[in-house]
Design a protein around this ligand. Structure first.
Ligand code: INI
Length: 154
């Protein structure tokens, strides 16, 4: 029996991060978490590119451009869709998640997903704090693991 597992070693890895500016204070906190996660696992800051787009709805197109650029080993998407702020919650949140899943399958690029979909600002703050449970940090570490496991499989 052969078992494949991806390590959390990000040494030498090139990482692209897509951030949406809507609810910027939350996304900046997710970005801080993602940077912490990458740095703690050996990704050098000079190998990380950060791209900002207006809102979560624009994350997929920028992510696809990065996924097909040949410049990255893995990507991380960061955003915050808060139900209390829009009647269009479902129209934004669902398509973004579906599109990111689709881009992974089409391009083979692993993409960490921390586009929060929450009921209110309090829930968004809980998931983007400086301690444990920052979803940006978790997504970044997951992106490293997926890049390593896919490399092993290929
Ligand atoms: N974008 C978000 O990232 N989060 C939201 O909560 C949000 N709300 O509430 O509407 C939001 N809307 C903007 C959307 O993502 C697009 O940027 C906009 O529709 C322009 O295409």
């Amino acid at each position: 029996m052969t078992t494949f597992e991806g390590s959390h070693d990000g040494k030498g890895m090139r990482v692209g991060i897509v951030c949406s500016r809507f609810n910027e204070f939350i996304v900046t906190a997710l970005l801080d978490g993602a940077k912490r996660g990458l740095s703690a696992h050996g990704v050098s800051e000079s190998n990380v590119d950060v791209v900002w787009v207006p809102g979560a709805f624009e994350i997929p197109i920028a992510t696809k451009a990065m996924a097909t650029s040949g410049r990255y080993d893995t990507l991380v998407t960061l955003g915050a869709v808060i139900r209390g702020e829009t009647a269009h919650f479902e129209y934004v949140a669902g398509p973004v998640a579906d599109s990111i899943a689709q881009i992974q399958l089409e391009t083979g690029m692993p993409i960490g997903f921390a586009v929060l979909t929450v009921e209110n600002v309090e829930q968004a703050v809980e998931r983007s704090g400086p301690g444990a449970g920052n979803k940006g940090e978790e997504a970044a570490i997951g992106a490293i693991e997926m890049a390593n496991v896919l490399k092993a499989l290929r």
